[in-house]
Every structure is written in C-alpha cells, then in structure tokens.
Design a protein around this ligand. Sequence first.
Ligand code: GMT
Length: 375
Amino acid sequence: MAKIGITCYPTVGGSGVIATELGKLLAENGHEIHFVASQVPFRLNRVYPNIYYHEVEVSSYPVFQHPPYDLALAAKMADVINREELDILHVHYAMPHAVCAILAKQMCNRDVKIITTLHGTDITVLGIDTSLQEMIKFGIEQSDRVTAVSHSLVEQTQEMLHTDRSIDVIYNFVDEREYYRKSNQHLKDHYGIKDEDAVLIHISNFRKVKRVPDVIQTFAQVRSERPAKLLLVGDGPEYSACYQLVQDLGLDEDVLFLGKQENVSDLLSIADLKLLLSEKESFGLVLLEAMACGVPSIGTNIGGIPEVIDHGETGYIAELGNIEQTAYFANKILADKDHHHQMSERAKTVVQDKFATATILNEYEELYRQVLADE
Ligand code: GMT
C-alpha cells in the first residue's frame, strides 16, 4: 500500500471531483491519502478512514501585493512529503500544481514520485498565454508520469507545448453508487413539469467557453416543436446574460434557472436530454454523469467530447455553433420513444464498459505501481 499526496483545486469543478473521488476510492483500497489543498475539497464532506487533509495557509503581508499561494503550497507539500513519508504526490493541473510539486521535491530529501494529471483548462487556456507556456512545459516534463483525461488533450498538449513527452490517457469516471437513474416524480411535480414535457438539461459553471446561449437558442427551436422545459444548473460569469436572453426570447415560463446544485444525479434522473455545446472541453465529465443516469446527450465536435459521446449510439455530435443541426438532433431523439430508450440503455452500458470506476481505479493503481518500480 502506498502513501499518496493529492493536490487539486478544491472548489466545484470536474478536476476537483475526479481528484477527490479517486482519493476516496484509493483510501477504500487501503492506501493512505493526504490531500494538500487550500480548502477541504467539496466532495470530502465527512470523515473517511485513511484520508487526511493538510491545509495550505497563505499569509498576506503588506509587502506582498499578491499573496504567494504557489510558494505556500510548495512549502506545505514539502512539509507533508517529509513528515508523512509520501511515496507519490499526484497533482491535478500542471499550473501551478506540478510546478509546486517539483519545487517541493527539490526541497525534500525523499525520492517522492510526481504524477501530474492534465484536465484541460491549463492547456487549452493557459497554454495560449506564451508567458506561462514554458512553465507548464517544465511542469509536465519534470513530472515522473503525466496523464490526461482524453486523447484529444494529449494531442493538444503535445502540439501546443511542442513536446513529445509521453502522456498516458486515463479517462474520467463517475461513482456508480451515486449516479444512476432514480425515480423522482416529486421533483417533476415540484418544478411544475408535466408528463408530456420533454426535459432538457445543461450543467456548467457558465463560463463563456460553455456557450450557454447556444443551449438556450437550441431549446427555443425544440420548444417550438413540442412542450418542453430546460433546466439550467450552475452559476458563473454568463448567468445574467443567459437570464436576459431567456426573457428576450419569451421563454421564462419554460426555462428553470436552478443555480448551483450538489445532487445533480437527482436532476439528471428527471431529464430526457443533456446538452453540452462548449467550444473547449477536454472531456466533459457532466456527459458521463448524464449517461450513467440514462440520459442521451448532444455535444459539440470539440476536444474530448467525441470520445465520450458515441455519435448515433448514446447521443449525437453537432458542429460548434450550429443551432439548426443541434435542434434537429434533439428533436430526432425526443420524437421517437424507442430511439430515446435505446440511446438511454446504451449510454448506461457504455459507462459500465468504457468508464467503469473499477477499471479507471485499476489504471491509476497500475501507474502508481510502475512509477514506484522505476529507478
Ligand atoms: O470545465 C471547466 O470549466 C472546469 C474544469 C475543471 O477544472 O474542473 O474542467 C476540466 O476538467 C474536467 C475533469 O477532467 C473535464 O471534464 C472538463 O472537460 C475540463 N474542462 C475543459 O477542458 C474546459
């Protein structure tokens, strides 16, 4: 059994979810897990045997214009590596976590192995900022092993950073004990959703890259063909603009803004179709969550989305910004009960076959075994 440190962004977001759920599963398998983060990760919401949390405290002195989070994190990592005698430090995000981990390793007298998992935004967004590009490349090249959540992200990373560093693909997963279709008629009643209404759902942090207005425009076209409701779950910078668009299109009776929600599996269980129309997405964990709850999806032909949605089998892939095509696919799924049922069943099967928790956990554990065996 290994002693493993994990660092991630602890707030809501797919990377934090994956890092925390992985830590919980590893702890269940007997590993000793040490989270090093600036807050308790939001999915670590009770006491778990074998899991410890070490908080990074960032001091703010008048001489610091910006509190030095990165240095405080590296110092804390070094402290935990030495004191807890860690074998592995697994960081999620190259920037700044991989760079901090490498600095921490240099500060210690222990051969701790550094594993970096790339989740997307660090490469697809930060990689474009040339001042940080060399730093991200350094973090990736100095890590003992690097993983990414899709093949698309590997290609993008290698291309953008001009590196041929080998990167293993380990897909994301969902906890099947939490994500399954539940019977939630009371929620439908609560939201005033009638039996004849088709229920579409979008879940995101409402950043510009998620293109929530495209979701609303698609819904407007679907709504003109059949009774339907759109559940918008999450919050973020584009929330007000989306609210305004819904008013302008006269859809306020049928679009429900639900804000941030913890138990999205309950909401997915009353949905018929999931829309994720992003312009950047290395994986799209919410698609997997939907599939596990038997909800077919439409996603854009972007990043890792086509690796998650099997076009014509578990949903459809539409071209970015093509509202007509997206609405056509949506109506195709919603108009035919048998087609919808087949896609829904297939989605659940694909989650079990390709993204099963046990398989993904095994892939990470195998990676740990290999890196610990390396000289
Ligand atoms: O998409 C976001 O805004 C959040 C971001 C994160 O930091 O959690 O998500 C990234 O990691 C997720 C987990 O691997 C992936 O499912 C998302 O596709 C990825 N987001 C982007 O690539 C934009």
